[in-house]
Design a protein around this ligand. Structure first.
Ligand code: SAM
Ligand code: DTB
Ligand code: SF4
Length: 364
């Protein structure tokens, strides 16, 4: 990354230094006009903005782990983890801290720079907090950036996570305010905005994006991006998910999104939020290499790396390494981390994992 978002005035009105100014006043018509641009013009503009702020050949890699799976009380129509839909998913309780650390060490060894832990909760309960806080502290000690997505947070929970050293909190708006109630009825759009405010106020970086391909229309994609781009501070990370259709969910038969409309969504996100990492998120299993390359061209500069997302498949790490090689892309390095300082914590996590394995074998 070439510039730090914190060092730039988000309200600056001119682009005197040749950089695109950050704006928080995007109008629906302007965003709609971006979507309507000829494809090549749109990609050229997005790539031009991208190059002003980032090394175009670097992509940030995060690995996801589902630390608590399924049986979620919410009714998000896209989600295989909702208890309301029969998706055949095996429910798993909150993982032990040790098990999480072993997964984090493996992700680090495979080249991830951020470890994202997700739980199928409406919100964390008080009795869960000590465990998730311990996960944050120990994963961070390995020299990984930490991210969690645990549902809604109140002020106090956000502060506890920030104090434990959580770098990012992921909480998606998912879609436009108008389409939202067709997808989720168990929490409001305002609930989501409130959680994002709590995350920001606690001093963590915000990861917020949405899903496309849920049967929404262009106006909804415009509305989602407008909400994200007009936040007082842009989310540092903006995941754009293409719906993963899971049998048993209400959206499993929804019509496929036109692939170019997905690429356009990435390009417009890049233009509206020039300094954010835009993540080419869920849905890559359904995309060929050429489509992913177009997304990188459109300004996507982050991916989920590792064979699984939360409960569904992601391209294998080997496949992604091959793709990076073909495109001359390098994983983005963190500047502030020297691995030597973390060797102890990583070895400790790997050793605990081996002990755990020996224990299971002994008992079998
Ligand atoms: N339960 C927490 C919550 O919803 O806030 C955190 C985990 S939840 C699985 C995180 C995000 O994953 C959702 O907000 C949604 O954007 C994304 N997601 C879930 N299922 C998906 C699917 N089938 N396809 C694409 N994205 C999905
Ligand atoms: C995000 O925006 N996408 C990730 C992450 N944040 C937590 C989740 C994608 C989930 C896809 C469906 C699944 O694997 O369960
Ligand atoms: Fe639960 Fe999160 Fe899935 Fe919604 S997206 S059903 S809150 S796990």
């Amino acid at each position: 990354m070439l510039t730090a978002q914190s060092s730039v005035n988000q309200y600056s009105a001119d682009g005197a230094n040749g950089h695109t100014s950050l704006r928080n006043d995007w109008q629906v018509q302007e965003i709609t006009d971006l979507f309507a641009m000829p494809f090549n013009d749109l990609l050229f503009r997005a790539q031009t903005v991208h190059r002003q702020h980032f090394d175009p050949n670097e992509v940030q890699v995060s690995t996801l782990l589902s630390i608590k799976t399924g049986a979620c009380p919410e009714d998000c129509k896209y989600c295989p983890q909702s208890a309301r839909y029969d998706t055949g998913l095996e429910v798993e309780r909150l993982m032990k801290v040790k098990e999480v650390l072993a997964e984090a060490a493996a992700a680090k060894a495979a080249g991830a720079s951020r470890f994202c832990m997700g739980a199928a909760w409406k919100n964390p309960r008080a009795k869960d907090m000590p465990y998730v806080l311990e996960m944050v502290r120990e994963v961070k000690a390995m020299g990984l950036e930490t991210c969690m997505t645990l549902g809604m947070l109140d002020n106090d929970q956000a502060q506890q996570l920030a104090d434990a050293g959580l770098d990012y909190y992921n909480h998606n708006l998912d879609t436009s305010p108008e389409f939202y109630s067709s997808i989720i009825t168990t929490r409001t759009y305002q609930d989501r905005l409130d959680t994002l405010t709590n995350v920001r106020d606690a001093g963590m970086k915000v990861c917020a994006g949405g899903i496309v391909g849920m049967g929404e229309n262009l106006r909804d994609r415009v509305g989602l991006l407008q909400q994200l781009a007009n936040m007082p501070i842009h989310p540092e990370s903006v995941p754009i998910n293409m719906l993963v259709k899971v049998e048993g969910t209400p959206l499993d038969q929804v019509e496929d999104l036109e692939p170019f409309d997905f690429v356009r969504t990435i390009a417009v996100a890049r233009i509206l939020m020039p300094q954010s990492h835009v993540r080419l998120s869920a849905g890559r299993e359904e995309m060929n290499e050429q489509m992913q390359a177009l997304c990188f061209m459109a300004g996507a500069n982050s991916i989920f790396y590792g064979d699984r997302l939360l409960t569904t498949d992601n391209p294998t790490a080997t496949k992604d390494r091959r793709l990076f090689e073909k495109l001359g892309i390098r994983p983005e390095k963190r500047e502030d981390v020297s691995d030597e300082a973390h060797v102890g914590a990583i070895e400790h996590a790997l050793q605990s994992a081996e002990d755990e394995q020996a224990f299971y074998n002994a008992g079998a």
